[in-house]
Design a protein. Structure first.
Length: 153
């Protein structure tokens, strides 16, 4: 399929001096992410500096995203478990420092491509839960992707 022409070719976006950018492979994760996780992740990308860091207050983030502090905390914890962000408390300012991490995808490693991974709900389980059916689907998707890449190189 040919790439469609934009409806307003006179209004093409240009990269300006900002640092926020989105790795398109995030779509491999978003089916399993909650609304709050998606909101927080894209917010942090938008406000992060050149190192992927931001330190907006909980109060400000919850106000902008229109979610409560408990939802923010849950989204933050789940994004950390997914290895999409890192979080630490600055000892001096007591601010929470957020960092957007590179997507946890190992190049050329079949089992590491996280298509359809779901987080376990129980805290003590820690990690990912992938059913046998999902593993089969993941491997099929990987094969399709590999075939597509070989065909289009």
């Amino acid at each position: 399929m040919e790439r469609p022409a934009p409806p307003r070719s006179d209004k093409i976006r240009q990269l300006s001096g900002g640092f926020g950018w989105v790795d398109h492979r995030i779509k491999w994760f978003w089916d399993d992410m909650s609304r709050e996780e998606l909101l927080l992740y894209f917010f942090l990308i938008t406000v992060s500096n050149e190192q992927g860091c931001s330190w907006w207050s909980t109060r400000k983030i919850t106000k902008i995203l229109k979610i409560g502090p408990a939802y923010l905390q849950r989204a933050r914890e789940r994004l950390e478990k997914r290895k999409l962000i890192a979080v630490k408390k600055d000892e001096i300012s007591q601010r929470t420092i957020y960092q957007i991490l590179p997507l946890p995808i190992e190049e050329n490693t079949r089992v590491e491509i996280p298509l359809g991974l779901k987080l376990k709900d129980k805290e003590e389980d820690g990690g990912y839960l992938v059913s046998e059916q999902q593993q089969k689907i993941n491997l099929e998707n990987i094969e399709k992707l590999r075939h597509y890449l070989e065909k289009n190189q």
